[in-house]
Design a protein around this ligand. Structure first.
Ligand SMILES: Cc1cc2nc3c(=O)[nH]c(=O)nc-3n(C[C@H](O)[C@H](O)[C@H](O)COP(=O)(O)O)c2cc1C
Length: 356
């Protein structure tokens, strides 16, 4: 099977397979292990401070001399006003009380102490470390930053969840577009945090391939040869796999979280805003059941910042009911093999399927 195409050429990799950036799961070891399989590793930097970005990039550079992508969040940040201040206070009080009742004695931060990262500072850090591939999610970076990144020969991969968003990325001269189907685990890459389009991968990918000229990567539900080849048939030059790697040896998840994923049932996988204020696909738990339709969900990134200490304490105490455990709809791919083995396995299975 000939894997060479626009994506392998642009990204300088052997196979057009991309390991999803998964904040909280992907480690520098996972990123390097993906390169070892001839695929593109992606290092998630989320909204980390520039100093933390540099540290993670350096840790990864020590493990591999192959290209890898870095990934950031480029969302808009709602202004703090009287309504948000009041809403934040109420949510903080309620969630602290809920945590206490469940044996988690946490003090959540005051609104005026939150540190919100400006993605422009991350971009400076990324350029300073000579990274050559930047993927981003939750919006499109501004024109000035695009010009700066292009001047520094950084290849851009933007994420979309609708045809409209794909067209915006294409007009902004994003090199590659990552099309995220509704099946995908983790946060929706939608430009808006609420009132998001919820389009299944088949409809979305096919329509974007017809209307946009950029090389496409498809993300969402890929876990075996058939799903990979379906994405190829619908117009994707590359595929991005996330959930397939959640249990991998190099995953940062703790054994209790992996166990939770291993036994997750189809009906437990849902979209939720409870932990971050942005829709993410993961496994239903007690926190989601109580918070999802309450008045205690703040806009992103405030909910995310508010619940951080709760999630951290719950992780330490191994209380799966208060941790955001993300996973996509293809739950049958869960495995605890190494990242390299899992990716090589997917490549081999596809080659065998193609031959027969
Ligand atoms: C645990 C987890 C964390 C994620 N974090 C990020 C992230 O930091 N940045 C990003 O662009 N996408 C993130 N995603 C979404 C993935 O990039 C990708 O769209 C998704 O994993 C593909 O669907 P799949 O999980 O069905 O393979 C995350 C997904 C998961 C499962």
């Amino acid at each position: 099977m000939n894997w060479k195409n626009s994506i392998t050429d642009l990204l300088n990799i052997q196979y057009p397979l991309i390991q999803s950036p998964m904040f909280g799961v992907t480690t520098p070891q996972m990123t390097a292990a993906s390169s070892k399989a001839g695929c593109l590793g992606s290092l998630p930097l989320a909204d980390l401070s520039p100093e933390n970005c540099i540290k993670l990039i350096n840790d990864t550079q020590k493990l591999t001399d192959q290209p890898f992508a870095v990934n950031i969040f480029v969302n808009e940040v709602p202004k703090i006003d009287a309504t948000l201040t009041e809403q934040y206070f109420k949510a903080k009080t309620f969630i602290e009380h809920l945590a206490n009742e469940n044996g988690l004695h946490v003090v959540l931060p005051e609104l005026n102490t939150l540190k919100i990262t400006d993605y422009h500072d991350q971009i400076e850090a990324i350029i300073s470390q000579k990274c050559k591939i930047l993927s981003f999610i939750f919006g499109c970076i501004d024109d000035q930053s695009i010009a700066l990144l292009k001047k520094n020969n950084v290849l851009l991969i933007g994420t979309c969840t609708s045809v409209e968003e794909a067209k915006i990325l294409s007009e902004k001269e994003t090199d590659i577009i990552c099309v995220q189907g509704i099946e995908a685990g983790g946060h929706r890459g939608s430009f808006k945090a609420d009132k998001i389009a919820q389009i299944g991968g088949i409809s979305l990918l096919s329509q974007i391939a017809e209307q946009v000229k950029n090389p496409l990567i498809y993300a969402g539900g890929i876990y075996n040869a058939k799903t990979l080849l379906a994405a190829k048939t619908l117009g994707a030059a590359g595929v991005q796999v996330g959930s397939l790697l959640l249990g991998a040896t190099e995953s940062a998840l703790k054994p209790f979280e992996k166990n939770h994923l291993k036994w997750a049932k189809e009906e437990d996988i849902m979209l939720t805003k409870s932990f971050s204020g942005r829709y993410a696909r993961g496994v239903k738990n007690k926190f989601i059941e109580i918070i999802e339709h309450s008045e205690y969900v703040l806009p992103y990134p405030y909910q995310n910042k508010l619940t951080y200490e709760l999630r951290k304490a719950a992780k330490e105490k191994e209380l799966a009911d208060f941790v955001g455990i993300w996973m996509g709809q293809s739950i049958n791919g869960f495995s605890e093999k190494s990242t390299t083995e899992l990716l090589k396995g997917l490549i081999q299975e596809t080659e065998d399927f193609y031959k027969n």
